[in-house]
Design a protein around this ligand. Structure first.
Ligand code: PAF
Length: 283
């Protein structure tokens, strides 16, 4: 695997690829890699000649400086995992390389999708995500961008940004990869102590409860029950929402036809966990 720190160097490498190697798959990450990220590298390798991964802890998407300061960094282990997975290029820029001093950040018209859930609880977060992903896509110019479904709303936001900024790049969304006990893999899981790691399971339990109990009609009580369940297990809940899977519009009365997604964000002490589950339609 070739490790590149500078934009110009990466561009030169990619430009020099033989024309038979021109289908590039791109997996952007913030490092602290786990099986979820590696599954995207494997997915990218299946149908692409070249796989590029980036590791960049993007400061503009952190609305909480403590979260940024405590974001796990495990670069040696990340390089080992990417090498094992057969990744071809790792782009590892410094902050100044992606945010040159005096450069003004773009603003993206994201509409409704930016105002709800993660957008509401983390103001500015999705602008920061779009700024960096737009810059990385412009640099790598991949055939396909690979993202994980664990960040459900992020996938929708990036897709929206891409429709105008990168209409020719495909988006492939990989499944959420879970630990054996059901916890969604996340770099932030590294921050959980042993007690919190056990409590963390309650997130998927709450989502599975919704998945099992959902019936046509009003879903407000179900949301309340799931919220109470997490609160009784030591969580501070930002939201539990049941929404239309294709728009993220909250659903209050379900007609059993519209495909739904249940989404959660909740704090276990200092660590904020998010997860989601698709609720199959029955009609
Ligand atoms: O999901 C992430 O790790 C980040 O939000 C991303 C897409 C790499 C942008 O910084």
């Amino acid at each position: 695997m070739i490790i590149v720190k500078y934009k110009t160097a990466l561009q030169q490498y990619l430009k020099k690829l033989p024309s038979s190697f021109n289908k590039v798959g791109f997996v952007p990450t913030m490092g602290a890699l786990h099986e979820g990220h590696i599954s995207l590298i494997h997915l990218a390798k299946k149908e692409h000649d070249v796989v590029v991964c980036s590791i960049f802890v993007n400061p503009t998407q952190f609305n909480n400086s403590n979260d940024l300061a405590k974001y796990p960094v495990t670069i040696e282990a990340d390089i080992e995992k990417l090498t094992q997975a057969g990744c071809d290029f790792l782009f590892l820029p410094a902050v100044d390389e992606m945010y040159p001093p005096n450069e003004t950040n773009k603003h993206y018209e994201l509409g409704y999708i930016e105002t709800i859930l993660e957008g509401f609880y983390r103001p500015g977060h999705f602008q920061g995500v779009c700024i960096i992903v737009d810059k990385l896509l412009a640099l790598v110019q991949p055939h396909t961008l690979f993202l994980g479904r664990k960040d459900y709303q992020q996938c929708m936001v990036i897709q929206k940004m891409m429709t105008t900024a990168h209409p020719n790049i495909h988006l492939t969304i990989g499944d959420t990869i879970r630990e054996k006990d059901g916890l969604a893999m996340s770099s932030r899981n590294m921050r959980l102590n042993a007690t919190e790691r056990l409590q963390a399971l309650k997130i998927i339990e709450a989502l599975q409860y919704i998945q099992q109990q959902i019936k046509p009609g009003n879903v407000t009580l179900l949301k309340k029950q799931a919220t109470l369940f997490l609160e009784n297990n030591g969580y501070k809940v930002d939201y539990i929402e049941i929404a239309a899977a294709s728009t993220l519009q909250p659903v209050l009365e379900w007609d059993a036809k519209v495909p739904l997604v249940a989404l959660v964000a909740a704090y276990l002490n200092e660590v904020r966990l998010i997860d989601n589950i698709i609720l199959k339609s029955v009609g």
